[in-house]
Each structure stands twice: as C-alpha cells, then as structure tokens.
Design a protein around this ligand. Structure first.
Ligand code: UDX
Length: 438
C-alpha cells in the first residue's frame, strides 16, 4: 500500500505542500481549523496568490488524490505520515515565536493517530520544539508514534517549484524507521539528485533559522553598503555587481533597496534571537539585532528621502506608492516594507494612493484607512511623487516617456528596479537608495 499523507494547516506552506505531495502521486488530505479556507481549497481554488499552484491543486483534486477536511478524526484515521505546516508568527509585543498553533495542532491530532504514525514538523520553530512534541506524543498518542523535523525552505512566488525541486531536503529524525518513511515520501525528489541530509532534531530545526538568518544578513550587508554609498556618493548597484562576481560572495540576494519583509525573515531572526537568549547563547546572534535595524532603517530613510524630494513637508502632498506586497509575485503584505513606507507617509500628513497588482485586498484588511487604486494610470494621476516600493514587472516595464497626468515628475526607486538614465531622459527627477543623485 502506498503511504497516505496528511497536511495540517493550509496556509502558503501547507496548501502548497499538500498539492505538491499529491502531485508526486500520494493520496493526501489537508486539514485546517478555518472552514472557509477548507471550502475554498476543496472547490479547487487557492485562497491566496501563488503562481502555478491553482493548476496543481485542481489537477490533483480532479484525480481524486487530494481532499480537505476540518476533522482531526478523519485525518488521524486516513494518514500514515502527517506534516505539520501551521504558522509560527511573532508573539504580539515580544520577539519570540507564538507556538500556540504548533502545540495546539499536535494536541488535537495526538489522540486520533494510528499506531506507528509519523508526525513531521515543517513549520519554522525554536530549537527544542521537536523534543518537546516528542514528549507530548509519548504521553497522548498511540504506541510507536514518532516525530521528525523536515524544515521547509520554499519562497513565496516559487513555492511549487521549490517544493517539487528543492535545493536540499533536511530531515531531523530519531530512528531509522522515520528516515526510511521520509525517504519513501520524497523518493521522486531524491531520484532527481536532490541532497537528502539526515540530522538530529536540534540540527534540523536550526538549519532553517540559520539559513534565513544568513539570507537576512546578506540583504542587510548590502543595504549597509548602500548607506555608506549614500554618504560617499557611490553606487551600490555597481558595488553589488562587482563583489558578486566573486563566487564566494555570489550575486544572488544582493539587491540593495527597501530591504526584507514578509512572513518569514523578519520574525524568524527575532525568534532566533529570543531562543538563543533562552539558551544562554544571545551573544552569538547579537549581530542579528544590527541586521534587523539596518533593515528597518531603509524604510525610515525612504520616508526621509520622500520628504526631501517634496521640499521638506508631507502635509497635503499627493504621493503614489507602487507596490503593497513584500515582494513581487505574491499577494502577501505581512511586514511589507513598501506598505510600511506608504502608511508612515500617510501618518505624516501626505495623501497617499497605493497600487498593487495582487495585494490590495490584503492591504485593505490590514490598513483599511489607506487609499487603494487598482488601476495603475488612475493611481498615478495627480501624483507629485511616485515611490516604487515593490519591483513588480509591470512597474519595471513602465515607459516613463508615455506616463502623463502626474502633477510632478519625481520618482523614488526604492528597489533599484528602474533604469535611471531612461527616467531622467524622460524628464523625471530620479532618486534611488544607495545611488548618487544625478
Ligand atoms: C524566505 C526564504 O527565502 C525562504 O527560503 C524561506 O523558506 C522563507 O523566507 P520569502 O519570505 O518567500 O522566503 O521571500 P524572499 O524571496 O526570501 O524575500 C524576502 C524579502 O527580502 C523580500 O521582501 C525581498 O524583497 C527582500 N530581498 C530579497 C531584498 O531586499 N534583496 C534581495 O536581494 C533579495
């Protein structure tokens, strides 16, 4: 009998994982505590924007391999391997991760698990979580139930590709049997030559936060260089290109601009600092405070630059912000640098209109008082200043010469995504982060 899988939590990670595991040929059941989400997914619709996911979802529901439920009992009865993909957001008012969904879902699942079932954590968690869950399962679940940790490295916007063709698979296990089960699940992926790294629990948990900390550090490093470039009159985009040719440095994840946001990097480095502190290792990751601060300074700097371009005053000035999501090809506005800048300028008295190809509905839920315009040309009409905060393709491809209807031609390219010469030649005053003023 082929293995049957469940996926607990159907957000960005879980919905993608469920659909992709079905795509590998397994029978999969997805569970969420939100009945509306389950209804949408069961109807073959993805409740968020993720390129390509809707086809994979619909195809596998159609083929009878993928179903959804809100019943723990049904999931427990159905599956041999259960992937826990629930959220671990930042705790309100603190740095550490809110673990209530992880512990809550394992508590709810435990009494329904079959003998010998394997629970596999995929959520990003503080080191030590797998061991704690193992203790809970030993008390509350059937005989032979085991836990493993298998961190997920997918990027929004590339979630399907990253799940089916990851750079590596990491599994933290306590037994050969758990390893064998996970090798069976990922057999088609391993057959492609994807490295399969077997570790203990704490190493697997730490791999994920270490990877995200490294990525965040790389972005803040180049943004720190942008600050120095601003002070010295140098160009950070050329600097990044030049250092990136050294393969030890590499040119990926070296784009200076408004910095990192989203539901992962900011909260993961904060949760890591909090956990390292609990373990008495706070000095080892003290540099992440600086990484966080450099990142947040870019947002403040962009607001200051906008004020400067407008002659020192925001009050009643009309600004268009291009981009509400934390990055292109996503509708996710969690900790979005661009939206943060838009809100800050609005709070300072400016009349701000926000445009985004996919993220306006989510933005409106978080900041209902802001003004949103889904039509790009209408959003630009009357603007005294345009701030590009998310580098969607349709902004990168704008022809500055054909844009009209603005009150003034000032642009701040907060993602270094536009061609300065082209915009300046078309009569715009162009400012960017980490680049000289012409
Ligand atoms: C990240 C990790 O990349 C992924 O491996 C992990 O599983 C989850 O967190 P994601 O949050 O989807 O993925 O976005 P990512 O593509 O990493 O971008 C994060 C932020 O960094 C975005 O706001 C992006 O605009 C910014 N960024 C990225 C930069 O500012 N410069 C860069 O060079 C790259």
């Amino acid at each position: 009998m082929p293995l049957r899988l469940s996926v607990i939590g159907t957000g960005y990670l879980g919905a993608t994982h469920a659909a992709c595991m079905a795509e590998l040929g397994f029978e999969v059941i997805g569970l969420d505590v939100d009945p509306a989400k389950i209804e949408t997914l069961a109807a073959g619709r993805v409740p968020f924007y993720e390129p390509g996911l809707d086809e994979v979802l619909a195809r596998n529901i159609e083929a009878g391999r993928l179903s959804f439920t809100t019943s723990w009992e049904e999931v427990g009865r159905f599956a041999d391997v259960h992937f826990v993909c629930v959220g671990t957001p930042q705790t309100a008012g603190a740095q550490k991760a809110d673990m209530s969904q992880v512990f809550g879902s394992v508590d709810a699942l435990a009494p329904h698990l079959r003998e010998g079932a394997l629970v596999v954590g995929k959520s990003t968690v503080p080191v030590g979580t797998a061991a704690a869950l193992e203790g809970i399962l030993a008390k509350t679940a059937a005989d032979g139930v085991e836990i493993a940790w298998n961190p997920e490295f997918l990027r929004e916007g590339f979630a399907v590709q990253d799940t089916l063709h990851p750079d590596r698979l990491v599994v933290g296990v306590r037994s050969q049997r758990s390893e064998d089960l996970l090798r069976e699940v990922y057999a088609p992926v391993i057959a492609e030559g994807v490295p399969f790294i077997v570790t203990d629990f704490p190493t697997a948990e730490l791999v994920k936060v270490a990877a995200n900390s490294f990525l965040a550090t790389k972005i803040s490093f180049i943004n720190a260089m942008a600050e120095v470039c601003e002070a010295a009159g140098a160009d950070v985009t050329q600097l990044a290109q030049a250092i990136g040719y050294d393969p030890r440095i590499g040119n990926r994840f070296l784009a200076a601009g408004l910095g990192f946001g989203g539901g992962c990097l900011p909260k993961d480095i904060r949760a890591f600092m909090a956990r390292a502190g609990e373990l008495g290792a706070d000095e080892a990751v003290a540099f992440l405070r600086e990484v966080d601060q450099i990142n947040l300074r870019r947002r403040a700097h962009t607001v200051d630059l906008a004020r400067e371009v407008l002659g020192g005053e925001f009050l009643d000035r009309r600004i268009t912000v291009l981009g509400a999501t934390f990055k292109p090809e996503s509708d996710d506005v969690r900790d979005s640098p661009s939206l943060d800048v838009a809100v800050a300028m609005s709070n300072a008295g400016a009349t701000v209109v926000v445009h985004d190809p996919k993220g306006l509905a989510n933005a409106e839920r978080v900041y209902p008082h802001m003004t949103y315009e889904p039509d790009l040309m209408k959003a630009l009409a009357g603007a005294e200043l345009v701030v590009l905060g998310t580098e969607w393709r349709e902004y990168r491809e704008l022809d500055p010469a054909t844009l009209d209807g603005m009150a003034d031609k000032h642009v701040i390219d907060a993602r270094n995504a536009l061609d300065p010469d082209r915009w300046r030649k078309a009569g715009w005053s162009y400012r960017a982060l980490g680049r000289p003023t012409a």
